[in-house]
Structures are given as structure tokens and as C-alpha cells.
Design a binder for this molecule. Structure first.
Ligand SMILES: CC(C)(COP(=O)(O)OP(=O)(O)OC[C@H]1O[C@@H](n2cnc3c(N)ncnc32)[C@H](O)[C@@H]1OP(=O)(O)O)[C@@H](O)C(=O)NCCC(=O)NCCS
Length: 165
């Protein structure tokens, strides 16, 4: 799975999208530490235990480098940055039933904007995934010869390509 590069100086504005989501009662908010025990199990449900482990690292940072999409107290999706490597976006996922409403795009732009606010000019989307989504949403381009990249030492990847004994 290759990485993608995003120019953070050319991020689309997310204001209108956030307003549309808000009319459905959906908010994009930064995760806070008191919700760690609520959020990590939900990430495991949405994307599996490795994604939850990755996002655990976000809670070691202040502010937490993780955004969530909520409707009331329900968590509909999440997007992490600076989780497995600095200046990296991901992992991210939106609940199956809530896809196609702009939530994934709003989470993506919000997290990338946070990286820009930390001073980065370009960001890496690690190990994609739906390249067409990232290309259309934020103009991301594939990085040549970037597979397996930072995930080279990820045991979960090795499990999927070598039989268990
Ligand atoms: C990728 C994902 C986060 C997108 O979330 P979403 O809320 O459904 O996406 P949005 O509704 O914000 O879509 C924004 C645009 O991207 C398009 N899009 C969404 N998913 C896409 C995909 N997999 N491939 C191509 N385009 C996609 C939408 O059609 C929409 O286009 P539009 O603006 O022209 O209407 C979601 O599909 C998901 O959770 N997938 C499984 C986990 C995953 O693949 N995570 C990424 C790992 S790198």
C-alpha cells in the first residue's frame, strides 16, 4: 500500500461542509483525554485493533492528535495524525452506515489543517487505501516506490503475507 503526498497550502476550505454536517447534528471535534476509554474501543470496532493501537499514540500528545465525528455521544468516525510517524495522516474510518455524507472528507481536511497549524507544508497519507478519495478530496498524489514505507516493520502486515505456525 503506497503513501500519498498532500500540499497543505492548498487545502480546500471545510466551513460549508462542517455547516452541512451540523444540520444533521454531526460535529467534527478534537478528541480529549477523558474520552480515551470511549474512543479507542470504538476505533477497534470501526477499523480493528491495530488502528486502535495506532490511535493510542495520539493520546500521548497534547492536544490529542485525533479528530472524531460525533452525533450526540455516538462516534461515527475518526481521523488521526502524527500517530505512527510525524507528519503522517491516518488511520481513518467512518462507520459503514454513515459513509457518503462528507464525514470522511471533513475529518481528513480538519486533521490535515492541524498539521499545517503545527508548521508542516506537506503531509503524507500513510499506506492508502482509497487513493481516489484522497486525490479528489485534497489533491493528494501517489509517492513513487513508497510501499511498504513506515509499515515495513508492522507485524500485522507480515501476518497477512506469511502463514501462522
Ligand atoms: C475512506 C472513507 C474514510 C471515506 O469516508 P466517507 O465519509 O464515506 O467519505 P465522504 O462522504 O467524505 O466522501 C467524499 C468524497 O469522496 C468520495 N469517496 C468516498 N470514498 C471513496 C472511495 N473509497 N474511493 C473513491 N472515492 C471515494 C465520495 O464519493 C465523495 O465524493 P463527492 O465529494 O464527489 O461526493 C470511508 O469510505 C471508510 O471508512 N473506508 C474504510 C476505511 C478506509 O479505507 N480508510 C482509509 C485507509 S487509508
Amino acid at each position: 500500500m503506497p503513501d500519498m503526498l498532500v500540499n497543505l497550502l492548498k487545502l480546500p476550505k471545510e466551513g460549508a461542509l462542517l455547516d452541512t454536517l451540523r444540520t444533521d447534528g454531526i460535529e467534527i471535534r478534537r478528541a480529549v483525554s477523558p474520552d480515551r476509554h470511549r474512543i479507542l474501543p470504538r476505533i477497534a470496532e470501526l477499523m480493528g485493533p491495530s488502528a486502535a493501537s495506532e490511535c493510542e499514540a495520539c493520546f500521548a500528545r497534547v492536544p490529542v492528535s485525533l479528530f472524531i465525528a460525533t452525533q450526540g455521544a455516538q462516534i461515527l468516525g475518526f481521523a488521526a495524525y502524527n500517530a505512527t510517524a510525524p507528519d503522517f495522516f491516518g488511520p481513518t474510518s467512518v462507520a459503514q452506515a454513515c459513509r457518503g455524507k462528507g464525514i470522511g472528507k471533513a475529518l481528513l481536511i480538519r486533521a490535515l489543517r492541524a498539521l499545517r497549524e503545527e508548521g508542516y507544508v506537506y503531509a503524507v497519507i500513510g499506506g492508502v487505501g482509497p487513493a481516489a478519495f484522497y486525490a479528489a478530496a485534497v489533491g493528494a498524489t501517489l509517492i513513487a516506490d513508497s510501499d511498504p514505507g513506515i509499515y515495513e516493520d508492522f507485524l500485522g502486515r507480515l501476518e497477512s503475507i506469511s502463514p501462522q505456525t
